[in-house]
Design a protein around this ligand. Structure first.
Ligand SMILES: C[S@@+](CC[C@H](N)C(=O)[O-])C[C@H]1O[C@@H](n2cnc3c(N)ncnc32)[C@H](O)[C@@H]1O
Length: 420
């Protein structure tokens, strides 16, 4: 990649579009790159990485920008203060008058900034996390502000983790077994894998380790009747289907046609034949009601604020609000109550989110349990240990609580419950 004024102008234009926060950052960048096909792989990498660095650290970078937090200044500050570029490397684009400002921007230590600015969080979110995590809030925020590693999940129907690790090593892709997930592999870098034979053959899927652990908490068995109630593009469906050894029946429900469509090619690669994707109108669709009391396991991977995934989706902290969270909480309660009706006596219901906010997690399950005395919480750490997931310490209220600083995964909450 050659750093030129033209390349910098692309980063500026892309960042200006991102800072409108109208659409998810991934979608904004994909759109920008489709409109500018002349940008090569390395140039796109530069634009994406620099813009994401700004989204991660928007508040502290703005504070360094001395009253002019324009896309240009934010990008220069990100390159100089965060990505370690020097003035010589920046010379193709910097103006004479900017060098003094950049030096001051880098020298700022931030001790005088409010804690929410240091943590690069909006005030409302900082306050909520501070109320929950107290002295650990700053460490959590720092962990959320670092890019996530690339995790893979091995498809146990087709291969083993050892075989995949051996193949990756043979291809000079540095990788190691994940700390917790028996099927997880963490890569040292982020190679493009879409054309790799392991991926094409369905031997691996890209999936955060935390997300994998939710499948082990559902722990479906061979021959069971199971529903992944909010299946989306099926990240967890594929794992559940494999844990069922492609037997029984696994419904993949979702309201979003497009997401279920994205599940189809993944299903084709996976070798699974027990998955039934079903588009539903809402959680109270007649297709759902027909299954009342019939299922052994139901996973509700609820639509949520996604604030546990800020490492990958840093724009979410600027796009969510107290109001959007309140709307999600109402939806989560309605979906959980509807999904619970499918569970048969003795069956298991798992409520999960990739949010860190108590109101989307403890708040939703507490209200559910109060209204549904026939459901009782199960200890997540014990279930996981029986599934071969070692080392997860028990958390408050029997739930599974994962965070980037404690587990190196995205932030997740999950509670398994049994119907009496
Ligand atoms: C957290 S995402 C699911 C991610 C998916 N389980 C995975 O592992 O890749 C939540 C999903 O809930 C879906 N959803 C939203 N409202 C729903 C409803 N009322 N009933 C079922 N699914 C719903 C969304 O379309 C979205 O795909």
């Amino acid at each position: 990649m050659k750093f030129t004024p033209a390349l910098f102008a692309h980063a500026e234009a892309a960042l200006a579009a991102l800072l409108r926060f109208e659409y998810p950052a991934d979608a904004v960048l994909s759109h920008y790159f489709r409109e500018h096909r002349q940008l090569g792989h390395a140039d796109r990498g530069f634009v994406a990485e620099t813009c994401f660095a700004v989204l991660r650290r928007l508040r502290s970078l703005s504070a360094r920008c001395d009253g002019d937090a324009s896309p240009r200044r934010l990008l220069l500050a990100a390159l100089f203060c965060l990505r370690g570029w020097n003035l010589r490397e920046l010379a193709p684009v910097t103006r004479e008058a900017e060098t003094a400002w950049l030096a001051a921007a880098k020298a700022a230590k931030g001790e005088e900034w409010p804690a929410a600015v240091r943590c690069d969080l909006p005030d409302w979110l900082y306050e909520r996390l501070q109320a929950q995590f107290g002295a650990d809030t700053e460490a959590l925020a720092m962990a959320l502000n670092r890019p996530a590693p690339l995790d893979l999940r091995v498809n146990p129907l087709q291969t083993t983790r050892e075989a995949v690790l051996a193949r990756l090593a043979a291809d000079d892709i540095a990788a190691e077994a994940c700390a917790y997930s028996p099927l997880g592999i963490r890569l040292e870098e982020k190679p493009a894998l879409a054309k790799h034979p392991l991926f094409v053959a369905g031997d691996i899927e890209v999936q955060d380790e935390g997300s994998q652990l939710l499948g082990f908490l559902v722990a479906p068995k061979r021959g069971e009747m199971v529903a992944d109630f909010c299946a989306g593009a099926g990240g967890k469906t594929l794992l559940l289907g494999a844990l069922m050894r492609s037997s029984g029946r696994l419904y993949a429900f979702d309201v979003a046609e497009k997401r279920l469509a994205n599940l189809k090619p993944r299903l084709a690669r996976s070798g699974l034949s027990n998955v039934h994707p079903v588009r539903i109108e809402s959680e109270s669709d007649a297709k759902v009601k027909r299954l009342a009391g019939k299922l052994d396991r139901v996973l509700v991977d609820a639509p949520c604020s996604g604030l546990g995934t800020l490492r990958r989706n840093p724009d979410l902290k600027w796009r969510q609000s107290p109001q959007s969270v309140a709307e999600l909480v109402a939806k989560q309660g309605a979906i959980l109550a509807a999904a619970a009706r499918l569970v048969k006596p003795g069956g298991r219901l798992v409520y999960a989110t990739c949010s860190l906010l108590a109101e989307e997690n403890d708040g939703v399950v507490q209200a559910f349990l109060a209204a549904h005395p026939d459901f009782v919480p199960l200890p997540a750490a014990e279930i996981l240990a029986k599934q071969g997931v070692a080392g997860i310490a028990p958390a408050a209220g029997e739930a599974l609580r994962l965070s980037p600083q404690a587990h190196g995964s995205d932030g997740f909450f999950a509670l398994a419950m049994e119907r009496r």
